[in-house]
Write a protein that binds this ligand. Sequence first.
Ligand SMILES: O=C(O)/C=C/C(=O)CC(=O)CC(=O)O
Length: 336
Amino acid sequence: MKLASLKGGRDGRLVIVSDDLSTCVDASAIAPTLQAALDDWANIAPRLEALARDLASGAATGQPFDQAAAAAPLPRAYQWADGSAYVNHVALVRQARGAELPDSFWHDPLVYQGGSDSFLGCRDPIMLADEAWGCDMEAEIVVVTDDVPQGVTSQDARGLIRLVGLVNDVSLRNLIPGELAKGFGFYQSKPASALSPVFVTPDALGARWREGKLHGTLSVDLNGKPFGRADAAVDMTFDFGTLIAHLAKTRSLGAGTIVGSGTVSNRDAEGGPGRPVDDGGLGYSCIAEERMVQTIQRGAPETSFLQDGDTVRIWMEDEQGKPIFGIINQRVKRLA
Ligand SMILES: O=C(O)/C=C/C(=O)CC(=O)CC(=O)O
């Protein structure tokens, strides 16, 4: 089942979207918002599934689904906890700012809590006040949990994942070093993130969803050119079950918690940090990685961070080449 929230009010209006994303049907008579559905998932989900079957069979009349009219599936959420499960990414961004990579990062997940009071829709602009802040995209996978009990095992946590989607976890690279040095973690360096227009239940992902990971190429284009083609399941050191168990070690998690994978990042076939797509590699899911590789190879970064007017496109295709979660397609806009 695929779910979205059409823009309207603070929390949007819940719709069920057809598999091919062409049509949707209002589900607000069952649950007005996605959060309301998650709050009572065991009872609500079977009713939503029945409506999804009616949409697929034609028994329910759909309307055209316009991704541009979609808010984030959860326009605001009780919690957004972003992991950093691709240690290749952490190694490169740390190298870029001269910070060490502790060995513990290979067995103890790194997580921060991001702002969840306003997620951007998939076509909302990235409002940037100052290009000197070093604006970067980070293409990631997210899952949404049901209620998670404190102390859950990673195996049980996998069974509490209700939805899967994509995020652009926008980062301001040049604010990060000073902010992390203060000791309380990210705040100003993590502006609003954008979510994919559609979230999908794990069962509807078939074989792409296994062992707590999403399998498939996460495509990232920068200004219309291929920039990243990494596989989301490859080099993911911590699966989502492990990330959730880490989050719930000392407290329970409320239904609707969004958990991020961290920037998807693959090493290249020779074990190196990766090559650009136009050089035959899998590219990068953020600009900071490419800049670091350029610095290693040629002594200085060449690719600019995001400027006014730049566009970022993030999506994952199914076997027929159709976007599974819709497309995040954002333009950077100077904040006047
Ligand atoms: O350590 C840094 O300089 C920056 C790290 C990130 O941006 C981490 C993050 O958001 C999680 C991730 O994408 O892996």
